[in-house]
Design a protein around this ligand. Structure first.
Ligand code: ATP
Length: 240
């Protein structure tokens, strides 16, 4: 099993209050599978995905990737994971895409040659080969997000984590990203876990969805079964 999440919990202390962001989440993801986390604002989606990425530590529970516990390993040690979690903040804006790839490839222990090869391949898949030497800050928001995804994939991880990967992007960038994610899952056997508020993205991309509310998964299953009860607008409507 690619990803096993077992009874994870996370609370934040805010002034004198405890916010139980994730109360208890159990979840599994196989290779080649795309799962979308859906749910209202503040439901605990980002906190869950950040724990899996090693950005924050659960208070309780275990997370295993390819059978090995990754709790307390730190995000740089997690070679099986690629993640774009906070906009495009895994990028250095004054560097070019190639320089960003070299930086992250180095951290993930990939040789310079392989990093450059893989980076060029990924950028070509997005039709962005002409932008390899522009600085990130010169690129459009949609291109920056595509470069952020290339960077997350530079070490060929088996698990890709994405927080709102297409939010606020133009249709072309959104479509290119979704097409690449489909190829990654179906042809390169990557497992993908993403959060989204966009129903059309969940419908097109995900094999399964998990609906999170109030720090818990309240429904999960094949996308077509779970979503047929919800309105098919841009933003889904929760009625429970
Ligand atoms: P959104 O769709 O708005 O991003 P979400 O489902 O991703 O929401 P989280 O961001 O995980 O939800 O937030 C879950 C709860 O934890 C919310 O009540 C939020 O205010 C709280 N929270 C998240 N991060 C922190 C933090 N760093 N410190 C304190 N509270 C936090």
């Amino acid at each position: 099993m690619l990803l096993e999440v077992e009874k994870i919990k996370k609370s934040y202390k805010v002034k004198n209050n405890i916010v139980e962001a994730v109360k208890s989440i159990d979840f599994r993801l196989e290779s080649r599978n795309i799962t979308a986390f859906l749910g209202p604002n503040g439901a605990g989606k980002t906190t869950t995905i950040k724990m899996i990425a090693g950005l924050i530590h659960p208070d309780y529970g275990d997370i295993r990737i390819n059978g090995k516990s990754v709790i307390n390993k730190g995000r740089f040690a997690l070679k099986d994971i690629g993640a774009v979690l906070e906009g495009s903040r895994n990028l250095y804006w004054r560097l070019t895409p190639l320089e960003n790839f070299e930086y992250w490839g180095g951290i993930k222990g990939v040789s310079r040659l392989k990093t450059l090869q893989r980076g060029k391949e990924l950028m070509s898949a997005f039709g962005l080969e002409s932008k390899l030497n522009s600085t990130v800050q010169q690129l459009s928001r949609g291109m920056q997000q595509q470069v952020a995804i290339c960077t997350a994939l530079i070490h060929s991880p088996s698990l890709l984590l994405l927080d709102e990967p297409t939010l606020g992007l133009d249709l072309e960038a959104s479509d290119r990203i979704q097409s690449l994610l489909e190829v990654l899952a179906k042809e390169q056997e990557v497992g993908i876990l993403l959060t989204t508020h966009q129903m059309d993205v969940a419908e097109r991309l995900s094999d399964s969805v998990a609906i999170i509310n109030n720090g818990q998964i309240i429904k999960q299953g094949f996308t077509k079964n779970v979503l047929k009860q919800f309105s098919s607008g841009e933003t889904y409507i929760f009625e429970y």
